[in-house]
Ligand binder design. Structure first.
Ligand code: KG4
Ligand code: ZN
Length: 350
């Protein structure tokens, strides 16, 4: 069964074709991505209206590219999946509208997917896929959550950020250091040549005894430190970047280990854009090896937003019979949508 997946929740248009037939883990046949990063860079962040317009321009050419890459045609597509939420309403509407129009034109069913479920299941497309149950650390630009995952659609929230997300902390700190948008990868690159112990930045909620996070105070601490340095900042930017990265990562690692302890599970899945961070990966690998636990990541190029994870999540939901695709083409989107509310029997696009 061929599932065409469309992702358009934020600043990346992603399209992919996944073969999800039978009971095997679905296989990625082809995927294509257009990042809007350059377009938004001048504004220092995502401009929602520009994002929506660009998704409109990109989505069909990307679909054509994906199908020809897999040597298939539109007529071969069995199900069209799209990101139903959470994300920017206008951007989501583009993917949902195109998916449902394609479904109607081809007389194929459609299925709306939760963006974070896509991230969470994305390691199943890797060479070393996880098995249920596991703890998932979801770290993206908008979310920082620890979930207990017992199966497809069976997600229990263990803890989450009470303010900024880890990706936001990377991005806002990077902006303060003049590294542009999105700052996470840039800050992380610069940090490689810095001293992570140079500045002692706060580790909020490290000893809170729960699995929640708080990152809003970190950017203030980075700003205070940058102001203190004044003209000397340009010589110490790498040190401050490395110290910031260390503060963000230490809390993520400690809370992930605490989640493994609390659940008694021995498998951790890391997903979302920040999951591409090298220091986070190295520290989680080392800590989990020490305690006999395994860590699974998506392939590096599938850490950030993409269509493959949306097609995959749709295929896995259908395989697990927690959702069926439908030919009801009247769609809606869910800009705010807690993952724990993705009930096993939720209907299709709505
Ligand atoms: O999952 P994602 O692509 O989009 C959302 O759903 O939000 O995550 C984007 C976030 C951004 O905040 C970006 O700065 C961060 O992931 N990011 C990184 C790295 N690569 C992406 N943060 C730290 N280190 C990286 N290597
Ligand atoms: Zn994402």
């Amino acid at each position: 069964m061929l599932v065409l997946g469309i992702e358009s929740s934020c600043d990346e248009t992603g399209v992919a074709l996944v073969d999800g037939g039978g009971t095997d883990v679905p296989r990625l046949l082809s995927h294509a991505l257009h990042s809007q990063v350059e377009m938004h860079a001048d504004y220092g962040g995502v401009v929602p209206e520009l994002a929506s317009r660009d998704h409109i321009r990109r989505v069909l050419p990307l679909a054509t590219q994906v199908l020809s890459g897999a040597h298939r045609s539109l007529a071969d597509v069995d199900v069209v999946a799209f990101t139903r939420g959470p994300g920017l309403a206008g951007a989501l509407l583009v993917g949902a509208g195109v998916a449902c129009a394609l479904g109607a034109a081809l007389d194929r069913p459609v299925l709306g997917v939760h963006h974070l479920e896509g991230h969470l299941l994305s390691p199943f497309l890797s060479a070393d896929p996880p098995v249920f149950p596991f703890v998932a650390l979801l770290v993206s630009g908008g979310h920082t959550q620890l979930m207990r995952v017992d199966g497809v659609g069976r997600y229990e929230l263990l803890g989450e950020t009470i303010d900024d997300a880890a990706g936001e902390a990377f991005d806002k700190s990077a902006k303060l250091l003049g590294l542009g948008y999105p700052g996470g990868p840039a800050l992380s690159r610069l940090a490689q040549s810095g001293d992570a112990t140079a500045f002692r930045l706060p580790r909020p909620l490290l000893h809170s005894g729960d699995l929640d996070f708080s990152y809003a105070g970190l950017k203030t601490a980075v700003m205070t430190q940058a102001r203190k340095l004044g003209d000397a900042l340009h010589e110490r930017t790498a040190d401050l970047a490395a110290s910031t990265e260390a503060a963000i990562v230490e809390v993520l690692v400690r809370k992930s280990l605490a989640a493994l302890d609390a659940t008694g599970l021995k498998r951790l899945v890391v997903a979302g854009g920040v999951g591409a961070n090298r220091v986070l990966r190295a520290q989680l690998d080392a800590a989990c090896t020490r305690r006999g636990a395994r860590v699974h990541y998506p392939e590096l190029h599938l850490c950030t937003d993409n269509g493959a994870m949306i097609a995959l999540a749709a295929a896995m939901r259908m395989q697990a019979r927690v959702q069926t695709a439908s030919k009801a083409y009247a769609f809606d989107v869910m800009p705010r949508w807690p993952l724990a509310q993705v009930s096993p029997d939720s209907a299709c696009a709505g």
